[in-house]
Write a protein that binds this ligand. Structure first.
Ligand code: SF4
Length: 336
């Protein structure tokens, strides 16, 4: 086996190093998974077959990830209708019917697809459960009902009225468009943090409210396990708050109030609170630490070139459970 090496690649990477919560979660999960997900191009020169397979695996979603994604889509569709005063009972029923049809079509496409076709993968949807030949047809209808149930719970909760009130009275309300992510607007203005030169920092909340020039609310929808059991503010929310401050070219909360919550669609429990200066200071320090950690995996520690060091420097997790659930498990075994 010729391992991908750290020598120069035929094709230069298109982007400088980026830092996002998702990316740091993958690095924490497993260093090799981080390599396979973010430095797939490095496989192409020495192992083109594995590169093609890894490119395909990057697009796999588990049913759990799919439920999360579709729940965001449906809630966003609903909130945009609410913003335009169009969220009637008929409209809500139509949105849910559309989502049911969309999920059934996606599922059929994923099940019938020829996975040996390595040329036809960009931007396409398929489930890890189908790729790995686990034909779990019984997962489809519960997944659809879970997605629709998440919207029902939101509408029945007190958050529905609060959001309507924000649309009525706030200066500005942003609702994300998760079907068409705008990567340019995800970038954080880091020019006030010069040590992040040559790095792209990405963060974008699901929903925010501008009550005035100095008063903001950030909401992030969550589906799945509740990770925070107290009212501390998560690092993700701190990052969103920092992004809002940096839009104003400041890092101080002296004259600004930011309140931020993660809202779990399963339970409609919300975790978070009013940001304190120490939250902002700690997330700035964390971003700096994260970027230094990411640079350890780069040739010359150069975020601008953004070329990975040798694959063998990216350690595999020792957790069998993580490997059992990892979309890259087929390629990973072949690299050993
Ligand atoms: S299969 Fe395991 S070791 Fe390999 S990339 Fe995935 S999590 Fe890491």
């Amino acid at each position: 086996m010729n391992y991908p090496s750290s020598r120069p690649f035929h094709r230069k990477p298109k982007k400088t190093l980026s830092r996002s919560n998702t990316r740091m979660s993958v690095l924490e999960y497993c260093e090799r998974k981080y390599y396979l997900n973010y430095y797939t191009f490095a496989l192409k020169q020495d192992t083109p077959d594995l590169w093609a397979e890894a490119q395909l695996l990057k697009w796999l979603k588990t049913v759990e990830m799919w439920i999360w994604e579709k729940s965001h889509f449906l809630l966003s569709d609903y909130l945009h209708a609410l913003k335009k005063w169009e969220a009637t009972d008929e409209k809500i029923a139509e949105l849910k019917d559309n989502m049911r049809a969309e999920m059934r079509a996606d599922f059929d496409y994923s099940r019938e697809r020829d996975y040996s076709d390595r040329e036809d993968f960009f931007g396409k949807f398929w489930l890890a459960e189908h790729f790995y030949w686990e034909w779990w047809d019984e997962l489809l209808e519960p997944a659809i009902e879970k997605v629709c149930g998440n919207l029902d719970r939101f509408i029945e909760s007190s958050w529905n009225q609060k959001v309507q009130d924000y649309f009525d009275s706030a200066k500005f309300v942003y609702v994300e468009h998760p079907r068409t992510p705008d990567f340019e607007s995800m970038k954080v203005n880091i020019r006030k943090l010069p040590w992040l030169k040559d790095v792209s920092v990405l963060a974008w909340p699901d929903f925010w409210v501008t009550f005035s020039d100095t008063d903001f609310l950030i909401l992030d929808w969550k589906s799945g396990k509740e990770e925070l059991l107290d009212n501390s503010v998560s690092d993700q929310l701190k990052m969103y708050a920092l992004k809002m401050l940096l839009k104003k070219w400041i890092t101080s909360l002296d004259w600004v109030k930011i309140e931020a919550y993660e809202v779990y669609l399963d339970s409609m429990n919300a975790y978070g609170g009013i940001l304190r200066q120490e939250d902002i200071d700690s997330i700035i320090a964390k971003v700096q630490h994260d970027v230094e950690e990411q640079k350890q995996f780069l040739v010359d520690q150069d975020p601008y070139k953004n070329q990975p060091v040798d694959l063998m420097m990216f350690r595999k997790t020792t957790s069998e459970k993580k490997c059992e659930e990892c979309p890259f498990r087929s390629v990973c075994k072949k690299l050993d």
